[in-house]
Design a protein around this ligand. Structure first.
Ligand code: UN1
Length: 513
């Protein structure tokens, strides 16, 4: 693990080398079973953390609820100042954290750095927002009355995040929740626990330097059972969960059962529509990065290309050619385009998808396969594959978290492509490649894409933090990150003030005593 400066990165992030023991991180009460984190890059043990028991969880909740009492009374722009400092710390540690993300999760170093950049960006966004938590004022129908609304902090926000964006998704939630006056309890994926401890350490430094209670930022470790503690906990008014649709449905039911709020960011089955007026070169870049970036493990990864029959062969040939140039290997080596998938289970899911698509009548046009031999010892490196398929195939309807791309053909006008694009259970990201204004506008219209994200002449992945991020249908309906996504982290209050000596009733009701 001394290769590519991993040892140094771990030290910079306050993480213990595997020989030194368990990384507990700051403000961590975890005492449970050991979780070992193995790198999909080289199969080596990176480190260990302890999982959170029910008793540990109670301690976390006690510090979090106590910290909320302090944090919520601090003026929002001053909370913004803390988030600004946190963003600066992230700038300092960008290379180390980006490297750890790459090593523990398997995405390319460039994408690891990109992920940390998203954290920095959301901090900047949140700092500005801390002076803009605006409510409206309304004109009262009663004389001498004033009406307005205001937003107050919500309380303890529970965050459940996935392995694929092991640090950024947490930051999208915390940076906003913090300026909103909430405190956070985070359960990172048990597949990327070291990233969780690293982030906790960075945040802890900032809170300590400002004499603020660390309970503002809490970390819990473990599998779904630990997440369940939060779903059931009435002290947590909002649970923000990112992951599979299956997980989201369980969390949604549990939290709704106690009338709590959820913010769900679940699966996608994202397509790019390629019309006869598409720029082929741009299409290839967008589609290939979308399908193989993060080894096809983004929620926004491109899974389907819906190509017009008149240009089908041309696009297919160009994409197949581009796949021929992909270099698969150690993601810390910047010569490689594609790193490993997260673990051997993901490899199995990938293999099953390729078997199923053939069983259903599809045709593989770029062969897949698991790589072995030198540099591939972890057993997690797979070849990005392409199959010609039909939208109706069960496997095409399913989100396989791996680099498998399906080519679908459409004929006639763009409405036929849209039927296929919208004809899946998920509704996260979508794109159209066209220089035809009518097609582009139709795609964006009410009759167009039914997804939370709809792009013209760019791919499905790589959303910026300034926009609200999330999607419809099986994607869960939540929006996080930019725009007015902050509102879900606050409680809204409508206030009416009477500054007269009379008490007129609304709706003109007479009630004389
Ligand atoms: C995810 O996969 O959970 O749009 C989020 C993108 C990234 C975020 C993806 N900014 O690809």
């Amino acid at each position: 693990t001394t290769d590519f400066g991993i040892k140094e990165a771990l030290a910079t992030l306050g993480l213990k080398d595997i020989n030194e023991g368990t990384s507990t991180g700051s403000n961590n009460f975890s005492n449970g079973e050991i979780i070992e984190s193995y790198s999909p890059v080289d199969g080596k043990l990176i480190g260990k953390v302890k999982s959170t028991t029910k008793e540990d969880y109670e301690k976390v909740m006690t510090t979090a609820t106590a910290a909320f009492q302090t944090w919520r009374t601090m003026p929002a722009p001053l909370r913004g100042e803390i988030v600004r400092q946190f963003g600066d710390k992230l700038r300092e540690k960008k290379e180390a954290l980006g490297k750890l993300v790459s090593y523990e999760m398997g995405k390319s170093y460039q994408e690891g750095l990109g992920e940390v950049q998203e954290m920095i960006d959301i901090c900047d966004f949140a700092v500005g927002l801390s002076r803009q938590l605006h409510g409206l004022t309304m004109h009262s129908e009663r004389p001498g009355h004033r009406m307005y609304e205001q937003y107050h902090p919500l309380g303890v926000v529970g965050i459940i995040s996935a392995f694929n964006f092991p640090v950024a998704v947490w930051a999208w939630n915390t940076a906003l929740a913090w300026i909103c006056g909430d405190v956070c309890v985070w359960k990172p994926s048990e597949k990327t626990p070291m990233c969780g401890v690293a982030c906790q350490n960075i945040a802890a430094e900032v809170f300590a330097a400002n004499d603020l209670p660390e309970g503002i930022c809490c970390l819990i470790n473990g599998d779904y059972k630990v997440g369940e503690l939060m779903s059931k906990d009435t002290r947590i008014p909002l649970v923000s969960a990112t992951g599979s649709t299956r997980m989201g449905k369980i969390v949604a039911k549990e939290v709704a059962g106690r009338l709590g709020k959820t913010l769900l960011e679940l699966g996608g089955n994202n397509a790019i529509i390629v019309t006869p007026d598409a720029d082929i070169k741009m299409t290839v870049i967008g589609a290939v990065f979308g399908a193989v970036g993060t080894a096809g493990q983004r929620c926004t990864s491109t899974r389907r290309l819906i190509i017009h029959d008149s240009i089908y062969d041309k696009v297919k040939d160009a994409i197949v050619k581009a796949y021929g140039q992909l270099r698969i290997g150690n993601p810390l080596d910047e010569n490689n385009h594609v790193g490993p998938v997260i673990d051997k289970d993901a490899v199995k899911g990938y293999q099953a998808a390729l078997t199923k698509v053939v069983e259903e009548g599809g045709k593989i046009i770029v062969e897949g396969g698991v790589l072995s031999g030198e540099g591939y010892e972890s057993g997690c490196y797979v070849k990005p594959a392409i199959a010609e398929a039909k939208n109706s195939f069960k496997i095409v309807q399913h989100e396989t978290f791996a680099p498998v791309l399906y080519l679908l053909k459409y004929s006639g006008d763009v409405t036929n492509a849209l039927d296929a694009q919208n004809g899946v259970a998920q509704g996260l990201s979508s794109a159209i490649m066209t220089n035809n204004l009518r097609e582009a506008e139709h795609f964006l219209s009410v009759q167009g894409s039914d997804c939370g994200i709809a792009n013209v002449n760019i791919g499905t992945s790589g959303a910026e933090i300034g926009g609200a991020f999330g999607g419809e249908k099986d994607t869960g309906g939540g929006r996080e990150s930019g725009s007015d996504a902050w509102k879900v982290y606050m409680r809204r209050q409508t206030n009416t003030i009477n500054y007269t000596t009379e008490l007129p009733l609304a709706q003109g009701i007479k009630f004389d005593l």
